[in-house]
Design a protein around this ligand. Structure first.
Ligand code: C2E
Ligand code: MG
Ligand code: MG
Length: 544
């Protein structure tokens, strides 16, 4: 198995160790040379001593030379031993440092650097021009909750089990690493014509980590997501391939796909586009690029404009006017939807505060904004800052916003309703469409989603659904607004179905504040005329 424990890097002889050995050898040679000198010297002294002894003189000089000889030998031997020990200690330390630099301590698997080194070594030694390097990236789903629920010791024990489960399937011709707290990766070399096998390997790895593990007295089971990427072993850059496997794994995760997902170039392009949108949103928020557009809402019986729905547009310096389907999901994901909505709603209310006081303004609130306990406070602050009357404001929410945390939603809605703000249930018919939901909160308007309008004049089912919803809403004394009226036939059809309010391109597309103001002015001028023609109303004005 190719974890970091049997890493080769520690066996390399370091320059420091070579130098220490060389020092030891030089010292021994020096000592030997000195000993030779002393030996010769003492032999000379010995001769003198004998000569002196023959003359009856003292022999102490000879003894001193001999003692010095022995001391030097002992000193040299000891110094050699010390140096040898020091060299071994250094070698050991360097081996451990090399191991730590390439493995992670909890599981003993390769860390990111070790994994890249090992995968690189696999590529270098595979010896085939057509071989592919396959990287499988695996992320454990909600691993943090294991730590949170059972403590870090249990989490660590589980990680060791997961590491063992992964390495069990792979031999020395592969690399298995733990690259982040809950992320593992496997690198394998494969012949190009067997590349489909990679999916089976990845699947086995997924099953390996997704089975129940006995940790102490507990049985713990986690889910996992996997992404696969492959490239020719001879040319690939390991970090690039790993990044691609991660991108594929993210796709598996965001799509909740419980089997391995192959990387494709479209994923990378989408990621780059996402990154650009994200940067653009941050910049655009700083530079006031998000502006409100106003879509007329019409009283179907009279044809008069009774309000506008505010729809955000991104005035992008290069792409022109960008619709919310591009940027709202990204803004939600990066946590900036609250700020963006506030900017758009603030601008809309500031603008509309001076308009005809009978005109309502409807604003959209995303599900993620409803998780903010300060939402009601923020909206009331906008009303105060802009001087816009609360009674003219309608908040549009979808069912999913309200029922994720129904208590919080109820408290936000209650605070707003206490101020006089009205509440519309948006896109009814696309979510849960639960009758219980309709009763649980005090809606002032129910908006039927535009998807029911696409072929309403010829689709009996759509007609039946719209009729059923309006009957129910009428029973609850809640008016119905129907969205997406694009043309005359749809308009004629919904007129007979009990809907009171309508909006859609038939009445006018979302327009700038200037155009909305102009539309209202022409309406006011017309109303000032004492006897307006019977067939002239806002509908004809808005469409002219
Ligand atoms: P929504 O609230 O259901 O808005 C209605 C959408 O239907 C708008 O799309 C509008 O342009 C489109 N529409 C209106 N009439 C017609 C029609 O006759 N035919 C067709 N095919 N479409 C029509 P838009 O502007 O792209 O907005 C999409 C969604 O983005 C909105 O759906 C709303 O949920 C969200 N949104 C827009 N502005 C904001 C905002 O400021 N904040 C938040 N949180 N969400 C926003
Ligand atoms: Mg809406
Ligand atoms: Mg809608």
């Amino acid at each position: 198995m190719a974890s970091g424990v049997d890493n080769d890097a520690g066996k390399a002889v370091s320059p420091r160790l070579v130098k220490a050995r060389r020092d030891a050898v030089v010292l021994i040679v020096l000592i030997a040379a000195v000993m030779m000198l002393i030996w010769n010297g003492s032999a000379f002294v010995h001769e003198i001593t004998i000569a002196h002894a023959a003359l009856g003189q003292d022999v102490s000089l000879a003894s001193a030379a001999l003692t010095l000889n022995v001391a030097l030998i002992l000193f040299g031997w000891r110094r050699y031993g010390d140096l040898q020990h020091e060299a071994e200690m250094r070698a050991d330390g360097e081996r451990r440092a090399a191991l730590l630099a390439t493995t992670e301590p909890t599981t003993g698997l390769l860390n990111r650097k070790g994994f890249a080194d090992r995968a690189g070594a696999l590529c270098a030694s595979c010896g085939s021009a057509t071989a592919q390097l396959v990287i499988v990236s695996i992320q454990i789903h909600r691993f943090k909750t294991v730590n949170d629920q059972h403590g870090h010791e249990t989490g660590d024990a589980l990680l060791r089990e997961l590491a063992a489960a992964l390495t069990a399937n792979f031999d020395d011709s592969s690399a298995v690493g733990r690259l982040a707290a809950d992320e593992f990766a496997i690198a394998v070399i494969m012949p190009a014509d067997e590349i489909e096998r990679a999916e089976g390997l990845a699947d086995a790895a997924l099953h390996g980590v997704s089975r129940p593990f006995a940790i102490g007295e507990r049985i713990i089971q986690v889910g996992a997501f996997a992404g696969i990427a492959a490239a020719p072993a001879a040319q690939t850059r390991i970090p690039d391939l790993l990044r691609r496997a991660d991108i594929a794994m993210d796709h598996a995760k965001s799509g909740r796909v419980a089997r391995p997902v192959w990387f494709d170039d479209g994923m990378e392009r989408a990621l780059l586009a996402h990154g650009e949108i994200e940067q653009g949103i941050r910049f655009g928020l700083q530079h006031g690029q998000f502006v409100p557009y106003f879509e007329p809402q019409v009283d179907l019986a009279s044809g008069n404009i009774i309000g506008f729905e505010v729809l955000a547009r991104w005035k992008h310096p290069l792409s022109g006017s960008v619709g919310p389907d591009v940027f709202i999901p990204v803004a939600e994901e990066i946590g900036l939807i609250g700020q963006l909505s506030e900017q758009v709603i603030g601008a809309a209310l500031r603008e509309a505060a001076a308009w005809d006081p009978t005109i309502t303004i409807s604003v959209n609130i995303s599900p993620s904004q409803f998780a903010d306990g300060w939402l009601a406070h923020r909206i009331v602050r906008l009303l105060t800052e802009t001087g816009f009357p609360a009674e003219r404001l309608v908040i549009e929410v979808t069912e999913s916003s309200l029922f994720a945390d129904v208590d919080l939603a109820r408290s936000i809605v209650t605070s707003l309703k206490n101020q006089g703000v009205r509440l519309a249930l948006d896109d009814f018919g696309t979510g849960f469409s639960s009758l219980a939901h309709l009763r649980s909160l005090p809606f002032d308007v129910i908006k039927i989603d535009r998807s029911f309008l696409s072929d309403v004049h010829e689709n009996r089912e759509s007609i039946a659904i719209i009729r059923a919803v309006t009957t129910l809403a009428n029973a609850l004394s809640v008016p119905v607004c129907i969205e997406g009226i694009e043309a005359e036939p749809a308009f004629r059809t919904v007129m007979g179905l009990g809907c009171e309010i309508g909006q859609g391109w038939y009445f006018g597309k979302a327009m700038t504040a200037d155009d909305a103001r102009e539309l209202l002015s022409s309406r006011a001028r017309r109303l000032e005329e004492e006897a307006p023609p019977a067939d002239c109303n806002d509908l004809t004005a808005a469409r002219s």
